[in-house]
Design a protein around this ligand. Structure first.
Ligand code: 9MG
Length: 292
């Protein structure tokens, strides 16, 4: 390589490379019957239908998703926890099929050390942990997979987190928490080059907290690690502009663009096609600015 050419930021996800020099789309695949936005849509009766799930995954890849985030535990406000076995039964067959059939990075949305290990063995390329590897054994399990990890901030647990979220300064506190989790990862042998950060919009946050975090994203980005954000169809949209869950796509796109403009590298979404277009416009604008 020409020594004057700046190297592109690339994340190695079990051999699949994610080029982070342009904003990327992460599509959400929920294998749960009760997720807040798309819960149960992959079910026939009371059973997850693998054909519906693989069809959804293929559609998302065709629409431009670089990553698919597969989850087996609902983390919507008020959700009850599920057993590790139930989570594995929901998620692992799908990880195996997507690995075999599609060319995409599979992210495993879990806090379970056992599922991290099993999913990595079946081809997952990224760990997305809304509890930032705080469960017993999670740091070690994540380290041993060798996969990149997204560390997300959450105040409390899903069943109670929206009861009374409280911060003196939400951006400072989220930043300090993420910094401490990065230090815990480094101490156990997960290098920072394998880490992504996520402020956890909607996870133990009021509307005002979420807006402060959106405003404060550049400060979180200053840590130098790629930022992942999930704002898709979230309740702040309902509360701010009074839209039902299925009417929140345009506002989600606006939030995705604002987040990318403030430093987000990856946008987690239920609506891959329109989000890909919105982020492609951000990338196009950036490349024009770069060529001025
Ligand atoms: C699983 N999940 C639901 N919302 C999320 C968000 O905003 N970020 C991440 N990383 N995961 C999320």
């Amino acid at each position: 390589m020409n020594p004057s050419t700046p190297s592109r930021p690339v994340l190695d996800c079990a051999g699949r490379m994610l080029d982070l020099s342009r904003p990327l789309v992460m599509g959400v695949i929920n294998t749960t019957p009760d997720s807040f936005s798309d819960g149960g849509t992959l079910f026939r009766g009371d059973h997850l239908d693998p054909e519906l799930a693989i069809e959804r995954a293929r559609d998302m890849v065709d629409a431009g998703a670089a990553i698919l985030d597969i989850g087996g535990e609902s983390t919507r406000p008020g959700a009850a926890p599920v057993s590790a076995q139930q989570e594995m039964d929901r998620v692992l067959p799908l990880v195996e099929r997507i690995t075999a059939e599609l060319d995409v990075v599979i992210s495993i949305d879990t806090s379970s050390p056992q599922l991290m290990t099993e999913a990595a063995a079946r081809g997952a390329g990224l760990i997305n942990d809304v509890r930032a590897l705080q469960r017993e054994g999670a740091l070690e399990a994540a380290r041993d997979t060798g996969l990149p990890v997204c560390l997300m901030h959450m105040q409390g647990e899903p069943d109670t987190m929206q009861a009374a979220p409280t911060y003196a300064n939400v951006v400072d506190e989220v930043g300090a928490f993420l910094e401490a989790r990065v230090a815990a990862c480094e101490a156990i042998g997960i290098p920072r080059e394998r880490l992504l950060l996520d402020p956890g919009f909607g996870f133990g946050k009021t509307v005002a907290h979420n807006l402060s975090l959106l405003e404060g994203l550049p400060r979180l980005a200053a840590a130098g690690l790629p930022l992942l954000v999930g704002l898709s169809r979230k309740s702040l949209i309902g509360k701010l502009i009074n839209r039902e869950v299925d009417e929140r796509v345009p506002a989600s796109l606006a939030l995705a663009v604002l987040a990318v403009e403030r430093g987000a590298a990856i946008v987690r979404t239920h609506d891959v096609a329109p989000t890909w277009d919105a982020l492609a416009m951000c990338a196009a604008l950036r490349s024009l600015q770069g060529n001025d």
